[in-house]
Design a protein around this ligand. Structure first.
Ligand SMILES: Cc1cc2nc3c(=O)[nH]c(=O)nc-3n(C[C@H](O)[C@H](O)[C@H](O)COP(=O)(O)OP(=O)(O)OC[C@H]3O[C@@H](n4cnc5c(N)ncnc54)[C@H](O)[C@@H]3O)c2cc1C
Length: 388
């Protein structure tokens, strides 16, 4: 079988790798380059912390487990770290954290309360402010270094024969005898299946082929899709896991850097007019970071990046053929860093065997057939409350 994958983000590359390992003929196309879409601007936390929908929670749990299996198969420097994660709460947030810890425990998800001393041992060199009243530990969570992770997946895909090419797809022709994909410039690639994994560009590209993939497309100031990240070059900091504090989330990054995220600041971010390195948002991030540092450390300069989420309109993964007779398999998801390993394996299995995978049943694109937009829209607050 010849499979054409549109989009070399973490989802497309993961599917391409699994199809190539299965011996299929794989062509991976991207308009810009590998891992340069939303995958380049992610917090990279692997979790199922605030995903109340049972099917979506189950899929994310499977994603977390699959990361461990995949790490044993990939060569090169490690890119997945099962470090665990901490969530700190103050008086304003402790009830909300407690409710989530109880909910997760009732589902069998590893979550427990720890002391400040235990938190310091797990987290490393951070100062825990006196205002922190409770700390929860989630030992099965972790993080991914996106560039290294996507690089390792691609290298393995190429080792198994996959080809990766730069090219912007402008049209998809879905016919009973096969699919044809037209690139800007006129080149036409033909195949037996297309996997449409074009991230936040998917709705538009799909619509051109008569396929309905409703997504959140507002990318204006403070929109739900907008996510600010700070990168602090800070090798002196001994940070050992993902940490969520009332004003700032942190995780270790490659090259001695730390990634910073403050979800409440997203409402002031305008992607069309990105915040400057010496503006208010950068200084707010630096101030919040400094408050967590022990006396001997000073916060360094913080580089900023604005990310745009790839967000299906109802907030949940979309995985499946566009219709019963279609050869175009649609794959879009938020939480793609958590989900890429499991989605890659299950999607490739469905394509190569035509066997439906139980974990994907709730996520077919056909769920949108006939639905009004207002019936499927995601809770506007889900992201600001920490669904990553
Ligand atoms: C701020 C932020 C924080 C996040 N935090 C987390 C987190 O903590 N944990 C987690 O699990 N997830 C997180 N996510 C979500 C996660 O990063 C995404 O779900 C994931 O990166 C999406 O990957 P993708 O492959 O679907 O899309 P992308 O990485 O965007 O890849 C799509 C690719 O398609 C290509 N493309 C588009 N149109 C065309 C075309 N016409 N022709 C050819 N190529 C095309 C693009 O160039 C792009 O490379 C976060 C996202 C953001 C923005």
């Amino acid at each position: 079988m010849k499979a054409i994958i549109i989009g070399a983000g973490v989802l497309g590359v993961s599917v391409a790798r699994h199809l190539a390992v299965a011996g299929e003929d794989v062509l991976l196309l991207d308009q810009r380059g590998v891992g340069m879409g939303t995958t380049a601007t992610t917090f990279g936390w692997t979790n199922s912390s605030r995903k109340p929908d049972p099917d979506y929670h189950r899929l994310n749990l499977a994603g977390m487990e699959e990361h461990a299996r995949l790490a044993e198969q990939l060569r090169g420097a490690p890119s997945y770290f099962p470090s665990g994660a901490l969530q700190w709460a103050d008086a304003a947030s402790e009830q909300r954290l407690a409710a989530n810890v109880e909910r997760l425990k009732s589902l069998g998800y590893p979550a427990h309360w720890i002391t400040r001393d235990e938190a310091t041992q797990i987290a490393g060199d951070l100062r825990i402010p006196g205002t922190i009243t409770s700390i929860a530990h989630f030992p099965s969570e972790g993080y991914v270094l996106p560039d290294l992770f996507v690089g390792a997946l691609l290298a393995d895909a190429e080792r198994h024969g996959a080809k990766c090419t730069i090219g912007e797809v402008v049209a998809i022709d879905d016919r009973p005898e096969g699919v044809a994909v037209t690139l800007a410039g006129g080149r036409v690639c033909t195949g037996d299946r297309v996997v449409l994994a074009a991230g936040r560009w998917t709705e538009r590209l799909a619509a051109g082929a008569g396929i309905r993939i409703p997504m959140v497309t507002d990318a204006g100031r403070g929109a739900q899709t907008v996510g600010l990240l700070g990168y602090a070059g800070f090798p002196e900091l001994d940070l050992r896991c993902v940490i969520h504090t009332p004003g700032l989330n942190l995780r270790p990054a490659a090259g001695g850097r730390t990634v910073l995220q403050a979800l409440d600041l997203n409402r002031d971010v305008d992607p069309a007019n990105p915040p400057s390195m010496d503006g208010n948002l950068a200084s707010t991030l630096a101030r919040r970071f400094s408050a967590l540092l022990t006396d001997r450390l000073r916060a360094p300069r913080i580089d900023l990046r604005v990310g745009l989420r790839s967000l299906p309109a109802d907030g949940h993964t979309i995985a499946g053929y566009a219709s019963a007779h279609s050869r175009v398999y649609c794959l879009v998801s938020h939480s793609g860093m958590t989900l890429a390993p499991i989605l890659g394996r299950l999607v490739a299995t469905e394509i190569t065997t035509d066997q439906e995978q139980d974990l994907l049943r709730a996520f077919r694109p056909t769920r949108f057939t006939g639905a009004q937009r207002r019936e499927i829209e995601v809770d506007q607050h889900a992201i600001s409350l920490g669904d990553q």
